[in-house]
Design a binder for this molecule. Structure first.
Ligand code: XMP
Length: 430
């Protein structure tokens, strides 16, 4: 990597990620490391221009007072400390210093260059991947989610047909989602893509299963079996690519920040498959991943799509997954998304979807008594998915959506809007 770097050392602050992100916003690359990093480890990092000791209020990690190793105070690059009280600080703060002070440190004291941007990242990574992979092949499970899509686009740019993408359609995808993956990656980007429609296999395994955790387990396990079967048919694959991103690696606030996600048994692949891992996005925060995707030419709606759970629509068809209710969820979700896009709510609301429960109610259709399912609309905003509040949707918009769902979705006679925040509810219904 050619970019200059400011290292943030975690001495117990809760603001490590905010600080690293802020420095990156200045255009300077920044990474977070644990307080007990050794000088050898530090010397291995490329282009370190300065170090920030980030202690927060107490310089406590796991209830213990902490400091960096003494040897760290003898490195040649500039060091500041953000905490109080302390004996070795240049600045004392109870929160992050102003942009002005941080910029003075980064640019004046450390003389760092503002060369962190997605064009540089992509050209660095392309060169790095080409050098690492050579003429070998790389395998990627391409779900169509943001991270795996951006990894795919980056690898296609770097090694083209040496990347083998496997897309498993588990039958619980949203409307046209798998088709879009094929359209974008095979048709537009020319990817070497293996598309597996495993709908029948998944739905078969899920028959009669109503417990949400059991459903999750079956979907997760089956996904691994299908992917493994496909992978074992392929020959000459040396690498497995993963969409690991920086928040997967960093855990804020404690020395557990050292914990790098365990890479053993990735996706539960068989032990005799000895792939080397390649994780080209491991340096990026989510918004940087999206910016990278845009720079690589991926469509906006793929890069800025809302979060979608691994078990897909499977946890939005409550109880046993039946085909009629799966179709009702898929169709009503598509209508909700279309209408949200039409009024711009897709850019405002964090996550929005529909749910179909496993009970019916009485209605009137074509002058006759009907007995059909309700559709529940959920639209929430959150920062970290731990707490969420509902979006206050305009009644006119809700009425349009309701009207469309009642007329276009088979077997549905009521539309409800879920007003519950998280907690006490969760975002998903299962
Ligand atoms: P809850 O329902 O726990 O959801 O409030 C919080 C966020 O997590 C997503 N979610 C999942 N994501 N596998 C996933 O990959 C799952 O089993 C799963 N369950 C919930 C949910 O969509 C929301 O964004």
């Amino acid at each position: 990597m050619k970019q200059d770097m400011i290292v943030v050392l975690d001495l117990g602050s809760t603001e490590n990620t905010t600080l690293a992100r802020k420095i990156r916003e200045f255009g300077v690359y920044s990474e977070i490391y644990p307080h007990d990093i050794t000088i050898e480890e530090l010397n291995k990092l490329p282009n370190v221009k300065g170090i920030i000791l980030n202690g927060g209020e107490y310089r406590h990690v796991d209830d213990q007072d902490v400091d960096v190793l003494d040897e760290l105070y003898h490195v040649e690059c500039p060091i500041i400390s953000i905490d109080y009280p302390t004996s070795k600080t240049d600045i004392q703060y109870d929160e992050l210093p102003s942009d002005q002070i941080l910029k003075a440190f980064v640019f004046d004291t450390c003389q760092a260059q503002a060369n962190w941007n997605m064009q540089n990242f992509i050209s660095d990574q392309v060169a790095h991947i080409q050098q690492e992979v050579g003429d070998k092949k790389v395998l990627l499970a391409l779900s169509g989610g943001v991270d795996s899509s951006v990894v795919a686009a980056l690898l296609i740019k770097a090694i083209g047909q040496q990347l083998v993408c496997v897309h498993v359609n588990h039958g619980l995808m949203r409307k046209n989602e798998s088709e879009d993956v094929v359209k974008v990656f095979e048709e537009k980007l020319g990817a070497n893509l293996i598309y597996i429609d495993a709908t029948e296999r998944f739905l078969g395994k899920l028959e009669g299963v109503s417990d949400p955790e059991e459903k999750r387990k079956i979907i997760g396990n089956e996904f691994v079996y299908v992917f493994d079967e496909e992978a074992s048919k392929l020959e000459g694959i040396d690498y497995l690519a993963q969409g690991t991103i920086y928040p997967d690696i960093v855990e804020s606030g404690t020395k557990t920040m050292k914990t790098v996600k365990s890479h053993h048994n990735v996706g539960g692949l068989p032990e005799d498959m000895t792939f080397k891992l390649i994780e080209p996005l491991y340096q990026l925060f989510k918004d940087e991943v999206r910016a990278c995707g845009v720079e690589l030419g991926l469509p906006y709606n793929m890069v800025y799509r809302q979060p979608f759970p691994g078990p897909g629509l499977g946890v939005r068809v409550l109880g046993e997954i039946t085909r009629d209710r799966l179709e009702a969820v898929r169709e009503s979700d598509a209508i909700l998304r279309e209408e949200f896009e039409r009024v711009g709510l897709d850019k405002k609301v964090w996550q929005y979807f529909t749910v179909v429960p496993n009970f019916k109610s009485v209605g009137v259709r074509d002058h006759e008594r009907s007995y059909e399912y309700p559709v529940i609309i959920r639209a929430v905003n959150t920062i970290d998915a731990m707490n969420a509040s509902i979006e206050r949707i305009d009644y006119g918009v809700l009425e349009t959506i309701t009207d469309r769902i009642l007329h276009e979705v088979k077997g549905v006679n009521r539309v409800l809007y879920d007003l519950s925040p998280k907690p006490v509810a969760t975002i998903e219904w299962e």
